[in-house]
Design a protein around this ligand. Structure first.
Ligand code: NDP
Length: 400
């Protein structure tokens, strides 16, 4: 019987744990560990109430490698699922290496003191993971994650040559707050305020933060303004999607969100260096996180939908072709199912499916792997089965 250790007990974890618990034939036993054990207990109570399954909860500071190794040795899981924060990625990868167990996460490592999104730190584990005969699956969320699998599916079934990929991400929902982020505020604001970057003809080109934008008609949501940003999946996809000439990532933001963000930046509240306050050192962005709404708390009154996918252009049988592969997810529906908003849901479901691929042996390699390196078909089938139906449409409008 398979056992998983899930680390982190935030918004994404709430979905991952419930989704894993709903597939007992794959996830026979579940251990949930996090820094604040009461958050694990709240999720465990929800699982008991909704699914009548018992999960074990533990307290863990995953920044401490030996503590994590000890917990892995105590429970002997087949897989460790990291849905804590990107800062923990390398420490948890170290612990998995020492204990000899497979690893999965949903976001690439970030050093605390620089907002840098790169796979190089995690790809550096390639030889050590191969030598230890274990596997790490990186970025098994929606974007990264499902978007990588959409590209692999397009490469396998829809195109002979892929020329351009535009990943477009819209949260058309309304949580009723003047300003809030949909996942961990610190990670979200670091990502949004970073310089934009895209891939073109073998080079990375950089743009001022949120300076390039255009409108796009999102299925299920309507026309929204989307902004060019850097996103980590482009780093692996530009290597693994053969012959791709251009790859960009776009995310929508409302004017209200952007105005708040600009003011917060202008007054220094998004700084990630330490400042002296009342005789103690604080990081303004971490303080801001403490006063912003907890993303999980937005779920109850959230209305509207997310609409995320890949616009892909290329050639099939010598003819130009453009398709849009996408999913639409409704905040109110996900709340009804798992008491979560759609951003947590669209991340948590692919994390469960990625784990299921590994545990069932459908995705099996040694070393450090990205999602598009595997057969997309069983993953795409499971998206439909577990709550994220997807669509492929011939698409008339190019992304300018
Ligand atoms: P939350 O902030 O809601 O939850 C993070 C959890 O990790 C909290 O329970 C927190 O504990 C715990 N944690 C933090 N530090 C430690 C530590 N040192 N040891 C143990 N536990 C720790 O974040 P989300 O659920 O919104 O996001 C989870 C992950 O999902 C992030 O990495 C995020 O980047 C990623 N993500 C990926 C997406 C994708 O599509 N690929 C989309 C959205 C998110 P505590 O409560 O005590 O602080």
């Amino acid at each position: 019987m398979n056992k998983v250790l899930i680390i982190g007990a935030g918004g994404v974890s709430n979905v991952v744990v419930q989704k894993c618990a709903s597939v007992p034939e794959v996830f026979g036993e579940i251990v949930l560990a996090s820094r604040t054990v009461s958050k694990c207990d709240t999720i465990a109570e929800r699982v008991k109430r909704r699914l009548n399954r018992t999960i074990i909860t533990e307290k863990l500071d995953a920044d401490n490698v030996s503590e994590t190794v000890a917990l892995i040795r105590k429970h002997q899981p087949n897989l460790v699922m990291n849905v804590a924060l990107p800062y923990q990625d390398l420490n948890i990868m170290d612990a998995c290496l020492e204990a000899g167990v497979d690893y999965l996460d949903t976001a690439n490592y970030e050093p605390r003191d620089t907002a840098k999104f790169e796979y190089k730190w995690q790809w550096n584990y390639q030889d050590r993971y191969k030598n230890a005969d274990i596997m790490a699956l990186l970025g098994s969320g929606f974007d990264p994650g499902t978007t990588n699998v959409f590209c692999a599916y397009a490469q396998k079934h829809l195109f002979d040559e892929i020329h351009t990929v535009d990943i477009v991400d819209c949260n058309g929902g309304n949580h009723g707050k003047a300003f809030a982020t949909n996942f961990n505020p610190e990670i979200n604001i670091r990502e949004v305020s970073a310089r934009g970057r895209y891939y073109e003809n073998g080079e990375w080109k950089s743009t001022d933060p949120l300076s390039v934008h255009q409108s796009f008609d999102f299925p299920g949501v309507g026309v929204r303004e989307m902004y060019l940003m850097y996103h980590e999946e482009m780093e692996s996809l530009s290597k693994n999607i053969k012959g791709v000439k251009r790859m960009r990532f776009w995310m929508t933001f409302g004017q209200e969100y952007l105005t708040h963000l600009r003011v917060l930046q202008d007054v220094g509240m998004t700084r990630i260096d330490e400042v002296e306050y009342n005789g103690q050192k604080i990081v303004p962005l971490q303080f801001l996180k403490a006063v912003l709404p907890d993303p999980g708390s937005l779920a109850k009154n959230y209305t509207g939908k997310t609409s995320i996918g890949c616009v892909i252009e290329g050639l099939k049988d010598g003819q130009f072709k453009r398709v849009f592969i996408y999913n639409i997810c409704d905040h109110a529906e996900t709340y009804k199912e798992v008491e979560a908003q759609a951003v947590s849901y669209t991340t948590g479901v692919p994390a469960m499916i990625g784990a299921k691929m590994m545990l069932s042996g459908k995705w099996k390699k040694t070393g450090v792997c990205n999602m598009e390196e595997f057969d997309p078909d069983p993953f795409m089938d499971d998206l439909k089965k577990y709550g994220l139906p997807w669509h492929v449409a011939e698409w008339n409008n190019s992304v300018k």
